[in-house]
Design a protein around this ligand. Structure first.
Ligand SMILES: Cc1cc2nc3c(=O)[nH]c(=O)nc-3n(C[C@H](O)[C@H](O)[C@H](O)COP(=O)(O)OP(=O)(O)OC[C@H]3O[C@@H](n4cnc5c(N)ncnc54)[C@H](O)[C@@H]3O)c2cc1C
Length: 506
């Protein structure tokens, strides 16, 4: 057995936060002055979905709003699986979390009189979207990163978590890869904040590294996973062959843009709420256009006066220009893309997983807030609130630094890139916007075979997570929220959560 490299002794026993997006960064800062190690393979926030959030963060801070109203809207969107208690708790924490973010240096847009300037998004009954222009996530990540850089209690380690070590049912360390070196960081406290899984699909708006690493880390450690089949597909990602796909925000339809087919005809007119229908409804309609022979779908914004689109959506306009598109002349080509994972590592109210010493927050966690469908802008809120709650739960816990000499150091070979492309295309086709029994069975059979061949490589975890998602989707024989099967008709009663575990893979 190779000798195990240990992390510098000064880091032993500290809570280790894996992932430097909004959830992980807020957890690290809230823990301060309690020392913590924050690990991320890239500089804080660079590869985080948090940085790409355009719309904003939903919180009940307006004079005509209340956390109860936000919780009601959240539960209504969740298609029977959003837990009302969780929704009430997270919505209630919204105003305090916004205040904490502002203390960390985030400046949400305010009107001239100093009150928050609040946006309205689909299915929110009140204006409650806090934003920083149209680059909210970037502004939050930048402020948190700046604060972390001047917080001495947070030790930032540029490294990737490879495996959690569990001793007698409790976390006792993390293997990390730091450059070319693999080392063990002994700790009894780990917070998973690794983000989502969208990168498992070929068509995605997520950072390419968002391939379920946190689910794999937790799953291998024995944690219970929940609601893995619920993936939200965004209906209007820019279809120009980019990977990942740039997002064309829903706000564009909010400003009157309409969806048109290959012949330029509107196709949402016969559907209730038309172009502003719920995200999953629009995603399926756009998907149906592309599924037609020679079909495609596009967003027509030609009703804007000359120059008005660029003035209202400068960032989107810039992206379109980068691809040589002029929306004043030609409709913008769009197709659905994997966007947000409602499922994840099952956690309780304090963010504790089923494994001792392991917490999870942000998109990797399944708190029960989103149920089967996420209400727009609730995810940044959840990441910030839960990062804070997790840290408060951990603060003050006395941790014991353990020495490990008996653990086997993981040896993981690089996977062949072609297999990764194959898996992602398979997920688009068979575990995508519209699913059916035959496709899901095909996906399960192929993923199982790929998994056997990928053992011991960097592709094994992503294939395993994809397989768990496909199996959960196959077991759910109903249409609920973002999970839609062409061979099922309705949602079954009562609504039930699903659970999965790594053990089912063996
Ligand atoms: C294009 C886009 C637009 C969005 N717009 C909005 C919006 O307007 N409002 C909203 O509420 N939500 C929005 N979302 C969703 C929201 O951004 C995410 O759900 C949220 O930011 C997730 O935060 P997080 O901290 O959990 O994960 P992330 O922000 O994704 O951070 C995860 C971090 O983990 C790190 N990591 C990954 N693997 C490892 C490893 N092995 N070891 C160590 N670190 C690792 C990554 O490098 C990354 O820094 C959007 C998402 C996308 C993709």
């Amino acid at each position: 057995m190779p000798l195990i490299e240990l992390a510098p002794r000064a880091l032993w026993g500290r809570p280790v936060i894996i992932g430097g997006g909004v959830a992980g960064a807020v957890a690290a800062l809230t823990l301060s002055p309690c020392p913590a190690v924050l690990i991320d393979p890239v500089p804080i926030g660079w590869e985080a979905a948090s940085r790409w959030a355009q719309g904003g963060l939903a919180a009940a801070v307006g004079p005509d709003d209340s956390p109860q109203m936000q919780a009601q809207d959240t539960v209504a969107a969740g298609a029977g699986l959003s837990d009302p208690e969780v929704a009430a708790r997270i919505a209630a924490e919204g105003p305090a979390t916004v205040a904490a973010l502002e203390r960390f240096g985030v400046h949400f847009d305010r009107a001239a009189d100093g009150v928050f300037s609040l946006g309205l998004e689909a299915a929110h009954s009140r204006r409650r979207i806090l934003h920083v222009r149209d680059a909210t996530g970037g502004a939050i990540v930048e402020a948190l990163g700046t604060r972390i850089a001047i917080t001495p209690s947070v030790e930032v380690l540029t490294a990737a978590a490879l495996r959690l070590v569990v001793t007698d049912g409790k976390i006792s360390g993390v293997f990390v890869r730091h450059g070319t070196e693999t080392m063990l960081l002994p700790t009894g406290t780990v917070v998973l904040a690794t983000g989502g899984v969208g990168g498992l699909w070929q068509s995605t708006t997520n950072p390419i590294g968002a391939r379920g690493v946190g689910i794999a880390l937790a799953g291998r450690a024995g944690a219970i996973l929940a609601d893995l089949e619920f993936m939200q597909f965004h209906p209007t990602a820019l279809a120009v062959g980019a990977d990942p796909m740039p997002l064309i925000s829903e706000a564009v339809r909010g400003e009157g843009a309409v969806l048109v087919d290959a012949g330029g005809n509107r196709f949402m007119t016969g559907i209730p709420s038309g172009d502003l229908a719920a995200r999953d409804v629009v995603a399926r309609a756009v998907f149906a256009q592309w599924a037609r022979d020679g079909g495609s779908a596009a967003l027509d914004v030609r009703h804007f006066a000359a120059g008005a689109f660029a003035a209202r959506f400068p960032n989107i306009h810039q992206v379109l220009s980068d691809y040589g598109l002029n929306p004043e002349r030609t409709p913008i080509p769009v197709r659905p893309a994997a966007h947000y994972h409602m499922g994840g590592v099952k956690v309780d109210a304090a963010g504790r997983t089923s494994v001792g010493g392991l917490w999870a927050c942000g998109e990797v966690a399944c708190t029960g807030l989103h149920g089967a469908n996420r209400l727009a802008s609730n995810s940044l809120l959840e990441a910030a609130v839960c990062g804070r709650l997790v840290a408060e739960d951990i603060a003050g816990l006395v941790d014991v630094a353990l020495e490990h000499t008996s653990e086997e150091q993981p040896v993981i070979e690089d996977a062949d890139g072609e297999i990764i492309s194959t898996i992602r295309a398979l997920m688009d086709r068979d575990v995508g916007v519209v699913r059916d029994q035959a496709g899901l069975e095909r996906a399960i059979a192929r993923l199982s075979a790929f998994r056997r061949n990928a053992e011991g490589t960097t592709a094994e975890d992503m294939i395993s997570v994809a397989l768990l998602i496909a199996r959960a989707a196959e077991r759910r024989k109903e249409n609920r929220g973002a999970h839609f099967r062409s061979d099922s008709e309705a949602a079954l009663e009562p609504a039930e959560h699903s659970t999965s575990s790594w053990a089912e893979l063996s």
